[in-house]
Design a protein around this ligand. Structure first.
Ligand code: GLC
Length: 734
């Protein structure tokens, strides 16, 4: 008996040692608690290993046009904590991982990151378009596809979602977020985190998300990039922080610190935002990575005299990982050895990085499993989801005399004109990951497919910019011989995204002149726009019968447009960002404060106060009749509940999807509030004649409260108005 017992005991010890290496190596034990594993591993690390663990370098040829350094400032070392992996070959990625896991002293796996902003290879519409779909569930499906493609290609961590509230369309990065409203951005941020991270990070189909750019980057002065942003604490809390707060609560694993200077303290050296708010108030336990070179850039911003000071400021403020500038590697060891930096600060940053790696299962599964390209990306089911997203993001801005959808009994000859008709690359938008132009269905090809019975003709007319008008003649002749002109204008994908600010939101003159020339034929013109920002359309609008905002739809490209023009799909998009009447109105957004004077006093004397197309605007091929807005009580106590309802009827002849936007306004408050604030939205499909009662279940504290400059929500007794379209109903909070 005794012999057997000894055998069994020996076997147990062997198994436990086998699963966690040498005796006591808890960090290698997959059954141990993650926090124990973190502490055990941290206790074994040298200072040099710790410093490398909180640094990121580039693996592969860096094709980020705004950060073009083909070489790392420091030779790439397999002790590195993370790399931005620019390739799509998971075998190459595994070879690098093998060096980290099998050739370094502790075998800590690398975490591989990449910019997957709206798709890895199956590129879906830019986020600004997705915001116009008012369908966060659809975004969740798209991000789920992106996560699967990324993880199967060797990426464990994506630098998205970008959730910066933006109100200046001159700023190129407005394309990357979900528009001007904090609540909208919050809803889409949560959907993106859920889609990317799924139910478990320890999976071959999910990735860690990265909320960016923390925080207030969208307030960049005058729409320029990398600049100062004047943000009061009040505005920080009521406008820029809400999407981050919602997404951290949803379980986001990382954040990226921004380039902008927040009222004198750069975001990447901002202890208040990255520690007081993020850690102390929100209890965030993942890690913060700097934006590209943002640590060393503190010198440019006047926040540090040298890299040593930049390293101390960034790390002690809360930047746990230094992206690509090598400052932490070059400076931290010496700072600790000289007694200028407490190693405990480094330890906490290392803990956070290791914690996310353990959650991702990288210690047990450091290598990307084998798969075939056709198993990884552009799956038919993925493209169907993207097609649906593109269709629901399209916003019909004008449709005079119901020119659209094109009725093929009347329309036999369709002229496709403009620089975007045959364009594929720009359909992908900025930050298009590993999307390929060859994956894109052009407008031309999609229209040929959708309108087989019509005669389609084509003329490019001009390029997107430049002064060459030699193609106008053919364009005019082509238009003259058609029943209708589909004029496809727009932006290059490099005109939005990072470092892509523009002084005006007008399209280049050559495109506007092409419109003039084509419009003078007298043929009805449908203007189709591919763009990454709101545009100034006030002079173009009168010259066309219809305007379709296609945005930059991704790989399914022109298909959404073709199906909308044919009526196969009824457009349901509504703007999540205001289209100004002129560039001179910028910034103009719906949730601005009330002015001191009534009516139009104080506004521009030379142009209307209203935008051309307001937040929430979008037409349909059917009509919706809104019934009377009703609420379950006209008085409610703090902490109480309330139900608001409105019946909506499809009074047209086509099935259509309608989004009901629920706003509130608080006419008198200790802190002035926006003239109206979006607090809930719901989208639903209605058949002709169908009536649906849209309901908002109001939690008075959650939905009626405001926030002060410390982030403390407060609810004042008094009147609150609930608003849908132009109906307002008063409820009194007692
Ligand atoms: C860029 C961008 C950021 C991106 C990062 C890595 O400069 O600002 O959005 O995730 O660097 O490419």
């Amino acid at each position: 008996m005794k012999r057997h017992f000894i055998w069994a005991a020996a076997l147990t010890v062997a198994i436990s040692m086998g699963s966690c290496g040498k005796k006591g190596e808890i960090y290698k034990d997959p059954n141990a608690n993650i926090e124990e594993r973190v502490e055990d591993l941290l206790s074994r690390m040298t200072l040099e290993e710790k410093v490398y663990q909180i640094s990121q370098q580039v693996l592969g040829f860096n094709d980020n046009m705004n950060n073009i350094e083909s070489l790392n400032p420091i030779p790439l070392d397999s002790k590195i904590g993370s790399v931005i992996y620019m390739g799509t070959d998971y075998k190459y990625r595994n070879e690098f991982q093998k060096k980290a896991v099998e050739e370094t002293r502790l075998g800590i796996p690398v975490i591989f990151g990449y910019d997957v902003i709206h798709g890895y290879r199956s590129v879906y519409p830019i986020p600004l378009a997705m915001g116009c779909s008012w369908n966060p569930g659809l975004l969740q499906e798209c991000t789920k596809v992106a996560a699967q493609e990324a993880r199967m290609s060797g990426i464990d961590w994506v630098f998205s979602p970008m959730i910066d509230v933006a109100r200046d369309p001159r700023w190129g990065r407005i394309a990357e977020g979900f528009g001007e409203d904090p609540y909208t951005a919050s809803q889409f941020a949560v959907a993106a985190v859920k889609g990317l991270q799924g139910d478990s990070l320890n999976s071959t189909k999910t990735v860690a998300s990265c909320l960016k750019h923390f925080v207030g980057y969208g307030a960049s002065e005058a729409g320029r990039d990398y600049v100062y942003s004047e943000i009061s604490d009040q505005t920080l809390w009521d406008t820029y922080l809400p999407p981050y707060q919602a997404a951290v609560k949803a379980g986001a694993q990382t954040l990226m610190s921004a380039f902008n200077d927040i009222s004198g303290t750069p975001a990447s050296a901002n202890h208040y935002t990255m520690t007081t708010v993020l850690r102390d108030q929100w209890k965030f336990d993942g890690f913060v990575v700097s934006d590209w070179g943002a640590v060393t850039q503190l010198i440019n911003q006047g926040a540090a005299a040298d890299n040593a000071e930049a390293a101390i400021r960034a790390l002690t403020a809360g930047v746990d990982m230094d992206m690509t500038d090598g400052v932490y590697i070059r400076e931290l060891e010496k700072l600790v050895n000289d007694g200028k930096l407490d190693i405990k600060v480094i330890d906490e940053a290392v803990r956070r990085v290791l914690r996310v790696k353990f959650r991702l299962g990288l210690f047990e599964n450091p290598y990307t499993p084998d798969s075939k390209d056709e198993e990884r990306w552009l799956l038919p089911a993925s493209k169907e989801i993207i097609q649906k997203a593109a269709e629901e993001s399209v916003v019909l801005l004008k449709n005079e005399n119901e020119l659209l959808p094109l009725s093929t009994d009347k329309v036999k000859r369709i002229a496709l004109i403009g620089p975007m008709v045959q364009n594929a690359q720009d359909m992908l938008g900025s930050w298009n990951g590993h999307g390929l132009a060859s994956d894109v269905t052009t407008i031309y090809d999609a229209m040929k497919e959708e309108f087989k019975d019509a005669t389609l003709t084509y003329a490019q007319g001009c390029e997107q910019d430049g002064e060459d008008r030699s193609g106008f003649g053919l364009a005019v002749r082509t238009a003259s011989q058609a029943d209708v002109v589909i004029l496809c204008l727009g932006e290059k994908n490099g005109w939005s995204g990072e470092n892509a600010s523009r002084s005006t939101i007008l399209l280049p003159a050559v495109q506007r002149d092409l419109l003039d020339a084509v419009a003078r034929t007298g043929k009805p013109v449908v203007l189709v726009l591919n763009n990454g920002r709101p545009l100034e359309l006030v002079d173009m609008e009168p010259q066309v019968k219809a305007i379709v905002e296609l945005w930059q739809p991704g790989v399914t490209g022109g298909k959404a447009l073709a199906r909308i023009l044919s009526g196969a799909v009824n457009p349901s998009g509504k703007l999540c960002v205001t289209f100004p009447y002129t560039s001179g109105q910028i910034p103009i957004y719906y949730n601005r404060r009330n002015p001191a004077r009534e009516a139009t006093q104080g506004f521009y004397q030379d142009v209307t106060v209203e935008p051309l197309y307001p937040f929430g605007y979008g037409l349909s091929y059917t009509t919706f009749q809104y019934g009377k807005l009703k609420i379950s009580a006209d008085k409610v106590a703090a902490g109480g509940k309330l139900k608001a309802e409105i019946a909506v009827t499809n009074t047209g002849t086509r099935i259509g999807k309608e989004t009901v936007h629920w706003f509130i306004s608080d006419p008198a408050c200790m802190i002035t509030r926006p003239m109206k604030e979006l607090k809930y939205f719901e989208k639903a499909e209605l058949k002709p004649g169908e009536t649906k009662v849209f309901t908002w279940d109001i939690d008075v504290n959650r939905d009626f409260s405001y926030v002060d400059s410390d982030g403390t929500p407060f609810l004042e007794p008094g009147d609150i108005y609930i608003q849908v379209q132009d109906q307002k109903v008063k409820v009194t909070v007692e």
